[in-house]
Write a protein that binds this ligand. Structure first.
Ligand code: PGA
Length: 233
Protein backbone atom coordinates (compact mmCIF):
# COMPACT_ATOMS: atom_id res chain seq x y z
CA UNK A 1 0.00 0.00 0.00
CA UNK A 2 1.13 3.48 -0.80
CA UNK A 3 0.08 6.37 1.47
CA UNK A 4 0.01 9.92 0.08
CA UNK A 5 -0.91 12.74 2.44
CA UNK A 6 -1.68 16.23 1.15
CA UNK A 7 -2.10 19.52 3.04
CA UNK A 8 -5.76 19.75 2.00
CA UNK A 9 -8.56 17.64 0.56
CA UNK A 10 -8.48 19.88 -2.54
CA UNK A 11 -4.86 18.95 -3.27
CA UNK A 12 -5.55 15.32 -2.43
CA UNK A 13 -8.52 15.29 -4.83
CA UNK A 14 -6.35 16.86 -7.53
CA UNK A 15 -3.89 14.01 -7.16
CA UNK A 16 -6.69 11.44 -7.38
CA UNK A 17 -7.94 13.23 -10.49
CA UNK A 18 -4.47 12.95 -12.06
CA UNK A 19 -4.41 9.22 -11.35
CA UNK A 20 -7.81 8.78 -12.98
CA UNK A 21 -6.77 10.85 -15.98
CA UNK A 22 -3.61 8.73 -16.37
CA UNK A 23 -5.65 5.54 -16.08
CA UNK A 24 -8.19 6.69 -18.66
CA UNK A 25 -5.47 7.83 -21.05
CA UNK A 26 -3.67 4.52 -20.72
CA UNK A 27 -6.76 2.57 -21.66
CA UNK A 28 -8.62 1.80 -18.42
CA UNK A 29 -12.22 1.07 -19.34
CA UNK A 30 -13.93 -0.10 -16.15
CA UNK A 31 -14.11 2.23 -13.16
CA UNK A 32 -15.55 1.32 -9.77
CA UNK A 33 -17.13 4.41 -8.23
CA UNK A 34 -18.05 5.54 -4.72
CA UNK A 35 -20.51 8.06 -3.30
CA UNK A 36 -20.54 10.18 -0.14
CA UNK A 37 -18.98 13.49 0.75
CA UNK A 38 -15.40 12.36 0.13
CA UNK A 39 -15.34 12.03 -3.69
CA UNK A 40 -17.36 15.21 -4.33
CA UNK A 41 -14.31 17.36 -5.09
CA UNK A 42 -12.87 14.65 -7.30
CA UNK A 43 -16.12 14.46 -9.27
CA UNK A 44 -16.19 18.26 -9.57
CA UNK A 45 -12.70 18.16 -11.10
CA UNK A 46 -13.81 15.46 -13.55
CA UNK A 47 -16.96 17.44 -14.47
CA UNK A 48 -14.88 20.52 -15.21
CA UNK A 49 -12.28 18.58 -17.19
CA UNK A 50 -12.21 17.53 -20.81
CA UNK A 51 -11.98 13.83 -19.92
CA UNK A 52 -14.23 11.63 -22.01
CA UNK A 53 -15.77 8.57 -20.34
CA UNK A 54 -18.18 7.79 -23.16
CA UNK A 55 -16.33 4.55 -23.95
CA UNK A 56 -15.88 3.56 -20.29
CA UNK A 57 -18.05 1.61 -17.88
CA UNK A 58 -18.79 2.55 -14.30
CA UNK A 59 -19.87 0.22 -11.54
CA UNK A 60 -20.88 1.72 -8.20
CA UNK A 61 -20.19 0.20 -4.82
CA UNK A 62 -23.62 0.40 -3.29
CA UNK A 63 -27.18 1.71 -3.16
CA UNK A 64 -29.63 2.20 -0.30
CA UNK A 65 -32.27 -0.49 -0.07
CA UNK A 66 -35.77 0.74 -0.83
CA UNK A 67 -34.85 4.03 -2.53
CA UNK A 68 -35.86 4.62 -6.13
CA UNK A 69 -33.31 6.03 -8.61
CA UNK A 70 -35.28 9.32 -8.56
CA UNK A 71 -35.08 9.64 -4.76
CA UNK A 72 -32.84 12.66 -4.09
CA UNK A 73 -30.89 10.73 -1.44
CA UNK A 74 -30.37 7.64 -3.59
CA UNK A 75 -26.91 6.96 -4.95
CA UNK A 76 -28.37 6.82 -8.47
CA UNK A 77 -29.42 10.44 -8.00
CA UNK A 78 -26.10 11.38 -6.39
CA UNK A 79 -24.14 9.94 -9.32
CA UNK A 80 -26.29 11.76 -11.89
CA UNK A 81 -25.93 15.01 -10.03
CA UNK A 82 -22.20 14.79 -9.29
CA UNK A 83 -20.96 13.05 -12.39
CA UNK A 84 -23.10 11.31 -14.99
CA UNK A 85 -25.14 14.25 -16.29
CA UNK A 86 -21.93 16.13 -17.09
CA UNK A 87 -19.80 13.06 -17.91
CA UNK A 88 -21.87 10.20 -19.24
CA UNK A 89 -20.27 6.76 -19.32
CA UNK A 90 -21.07 4.22 -22.02
CA UNK A 91 -22.91 2.23 -19.36
CA UNK A 92 -23.25 2.91 -15.63
CA UNK A 93 -24.25 0.19 -13.20
CA UNK A 94 -25.57 0.58 -9.67
CA UNK A 95 -27.44 -1.92 -7.52
CA UNK A 96 -31.22 -1.67 -7.87
CA UNK A 97 -32.28 -0.56 -4.40
CA UNK A 98 -35.87 -1.28 -5.28
CA UNK A 99 -35.41 -4.94 -6.14
CA UNK A 100 -36.90 -6.85 -3.20
CA UNK A 101 -35.54 -10.13 -4.57
CA UNK A 102 -32.19 -10.12 -2.79
CA UNK A 103 -30.99 -13.36 -4.33
CA UNK A 104 -31.72 -12.11 -7.83
CA UNK A 105 -30.26 -8.64 -7.32
CA UNK A 106 -27.01 -9.77 -5.71
CA UNK A 107 -26.51 -12.44 -8.40
CA UNK A 108 -27.21 -9.86 -11.12
CA UNK A 109 -24.64 -7.45 -9.69
CA UNK A 110 -21.92 -10.06 -9.22
CA UNK A 111 -22.49 -11.18 -12.83
CA UNK A 112 -22.01 -7.59 -14.06
CA UNK A 113 -18.70 -7.36 -12.20
CA UNK A 114 -17.63 -10.73 -13.56
CA UNK A 115 -18.42 -9.53 -17.06
CA UNK A 116 -16.64 -6.20 -16.56
CA UNK A 117 -13.82 -6.75 -14.06
CA UNK A 118 -13.08 -3.47 -12.27
CA UNK A 119 -9.75 -2.02 -13.26
CA UNK A 120 -9.68 1.04 -11.00
CA UNK A 121 -11.85 1.22 -7.89
CA UNK A 122 -12.41 4.48 -5.98
CA UNK A 123 -13.19 3.98 -2.30
CA UNK A 124 -14.09 6.16 0.64
CA UNK A 125 -13.84 4.83 4.18
CA UNK A 126 -16.33 4.89 7.03
CA UNK A 127 -15.49 6.23 10.47
CA UNK A 128 -15.62 2.57 11.54
CA UNK A 129 -13.36 1.46 8.70
CA UNK A 130 -16.13 0.23 6.42
CA UNK A 131 -15.53 0.04 2.65
CA UNK A 132 -18.64 0.08 0.52
CA UNK A 133 -21.24 -0.58 3.18
CA UNK A 134 -19.29 -3.54 4.54
CA UNK A 135 -19.44 -2.91 8.25
CA UNK A 136 -17.08 -4.30 10.93
CA UNK A 137 -17.48 -8.06 11.27
CA UNK A 138 -18.12 -8.64 7.56
CA UNK A 139 -16.15 -11.67 6.31
CA UNK A 140 -13.32 -10.65 4.01
CA UNK A 141 -14.52 -12.99 1.26
CA UNK A 142 -18.05 -11.53 1.16
CA UNK A 143 -19.81 -11.02 -2.16
CA UNK A 144 -22.44 -8.44 -3.09
CA UNK A 145 -25.21 -8.66 -0.52
CA UNK A 146 -27.96 -6.82 1.29
CA UNK A 147 -26.26 -5.42 4.38
CA UNK A 148 -27.52 -3.74 7.55
CA UNK A 149 -25.99 -0.38 8.39
CA UNK A 150 -24.49 -0.03 11.85
CA UNK A 151 -25.60 2.69 14.26
CA UNK A 152 -22.30 4.51 13.63
CA UNK A 153 -22.93 4.61 9.86
CA UNK A 154 -26.57 5.66 10.27
CA UNK A 155 -25.41 8.49 12.51
CA UNK A 156 -22.62 9.51 10.13
CA UNK A 157 -25.01 9.53 7.15
CA UNK A 158 -27.86 11.35 8.83
CA UNK A 159 -26.24 14.63 7.78
CA UNK A 160 -27.39 13.85 4.25
CA UNK A 161 -31.03 13.35 5.35
CA UNK A 162 -33.44 15.60 7.23
CA UNK A 163 -33.63 13.20 10.17
CA UNK A 164 -31.97 10.04 11.42
CA UNK A 165 -35.24 8.13 10.95
CA UNK A 166 -35.07 8.79 7.21
CA UNK A 167 -31.69 7.08 6.78
CA UNK A 168 -32.32 3.66 5.20
CA UNK A 169 -31.19 0.87 7.51
CA UNK A 170 -30.07 -1.47 4.75
CA UNK A 171 -28.19 -1.25 1.48
CA UNK A 172 -27.02 -3.41 -1.37
CA UNK A 173 -23.24 -3.36 -1.30
CA UNK A 174 -20.45 -4.94 -3.26
CA UNK A 175 -18.75 -7.40 -0.92
CA UNK A 176 -15.24 -7.09 0.45
CA UNK A 177 -14.17 -10.06 -1.67
CA UNK A 178 -15.69 -8.32 -4.70
CA UNK A 179 -13.82 -5.07 -3.98
CA UNK A 180 -10.55 -6.97 -3.50
CA UNK A 181 -10.81 -8.30 -7.06
CA UNK A 182 -10.35 -4.78 -8.50
CA UNK A 183 -7.01 -4.48 -10.30
CA UNK A 184 -6.09 -1.26 -8.53
CA UNK A 185 -7.70 0.76 -5.77
CA UNK A 186 -7.59 4.40 -4.69
CA UNK A 187 -8.94 5.03 -1.19
CA UNK A 188 -9.70 8.64 -0.25
CA UNK A 189 -10.01 9.79 3.36
CA UNK A 190 -10.53 13.36 4.48
CA UNK A 191 -11.11 14.90 7.90
CA UNK A 192 -10.33 14.14 11.49
CA UNK A 193 -13.31 11.79 11.84
CA UNK A 194 -11.52 9.36 9.52
CA UNK A 195 -8.22 9.45 11.44
CA UNK A 196 -8.99 6.45 13.67
CA UNK A 197 -10.01 4.28 10.70
CA UNK A 198 -6.85 5.28 8.79
CA UNK A 199 -4.73 4.54 11.85
CA UNK A 200 -6.20 1.03 11.97
CA UNK A 201 -5.73 0.55 8.24
CA UNK A 202 -2.10 1.68 8.33
CA UNK A 203 -1.23 -0.31 11.46
CA UNK A 204 -0.91 -3.37 9.25
CA UNK A 205 -3.09 -5.49 11.54
CA UNK A 206 -5.68 -7.27 9.43
CA UNK A 207 -8.92 -7.60 11.35
CA UNK A 208 -12.61 -7.66 10.46
CA UNK A 209 -13.02 -5.01 13.21
CA UNK A 210 -11.67 -2.61 10.57
CA UNK A 211 -12.91 -3.90 7.19
CA UNK A 212 -10.50 -1.63 5.27
CA UNK A 213 -7.53 -3.42 6.85
CA UNK A 214 -7.84 -6.23 4.28
CA UNK A 215 -6.47 -3.75 1.72
CA UNK A 216 -3.05 -4.50 3.22
CA UNK A 217 -3.25 -7.75 1.24
CA UNK A 218 -4.11 -6.09 -2.09
CA UNK A 219 -1.20 -5.65 -4.53
CA UNK A 220 -2.09 -2.14 -5.77
CA UNK A 221 -3.68 0.28 -3.30
CA UNK A 222 -3.06 4.02 -3.01
CA UNK A 223 -4.39 5.72 0.11
CA UNK A 224 -4.83 9.45 -0.44
CA UNK A 225 -5.55 11.56 2.64
CA UNK A 226 -5.54 15.10 3.86
CA UNK A 227 -3.52 15.94 6.97
CA UNK A 228 -6.46 15.61 9.32
CA UNK A 229 -7.21 12.02 8.28
CA UNK A 230 -3.52 11.17 8.74
CA UNK A 231 -3.24 12.99 12.07
CA UNK A 232 -3.05 9.82 14.20
CA UNK A 233 -0.28 8.19 12.19
P1 PGA B 1 -18.33 10.00 3.35
O1 PGA B 1 -18.60 8.43 3.44
O2 PGA B 1 -17.49 10.19 2.14
O3 PGA B 1 -19.69 10.61 3.21
O4 PGA B 1 -17.62 10.38 4.60
C1 PGA B 1 -17.55 7.55 3.20
C2 PGA B 1 -17.98 6.15 3.49
O5 PGA B 1 -18.84 5.95 4.37
O6 PGA B 1 -17.45 5.21 2.86
Amino acid sequence: MKLLTFPSSELASQHAFQMIQNALESGTKVFGLATGGTPEQLYALIRESSLDFSQAISINLDEYYGLSPEHPKSYHYYMKQHLFTAKPFKTSYLPDGQNPNVEEETRRYEAIIEQFPIELQILGIGENGHIGFNEPGTPFDSKTSLVSLTESTIQANQRYFSSKEEVPKQAYSMGIGTIMKAKSIILLAFGENKAEAIKGLMSGEITTDNPSSILNQHPDVTIITDEAAASLL
